[in-house]
Design a protein. Structure first.
Length: 108
């Protein structure tokens, strides 16, 4: 097994590459959904090898059960239920719930 890199520059390169892969997955999702799923898989492997977290906005773009790239209206359903966002993947029919955070408004 390859040794983990201790250089912070490689982590920065890995983050950039993950962002590029998710951009490409979004572009390819219409014509080639299997290719966009492969891009998600590669991005996850890069993150695991470099031991970095995938950003929240990118993490919510793929299913955590079947690792398919999610496109609203095409292979996922989004509902709001009791303060939670419920995302249903049409590939594996799993539901993922995210807490809906409302911005705090200061009263004067």
């Amino acid at each position: 097994m390859k040794e983990k890199s201790r250089n912070p520059a490689t982590k920065k390169i890995a983050r950039e590459r993950i962002h590029i892969l998710f951009e490409q997955a979004g572009q390819e999702s219409g014509a080639h959904p299997e290719r966009s799923n492969r891009y998600v898989d590669i991005a996850r492997k890069i993150a695991m090898r470099q031991r970095i977290r995938i950003d929240r906005e990118l993490r919510r773009q793929y299913c955590h059960y079947c690792y398919s790239f999610l496109v609203p209206g095409r292979n996922m359903r989004v509902r709001v239920h009791r303060g939670n966002v419920v995302v249903t993947c049409h590939s594996c029919n799993k539901k993922t719930r995210y807490r809906l955070v409302r911005p705090h408004v200061q009263s004067s």
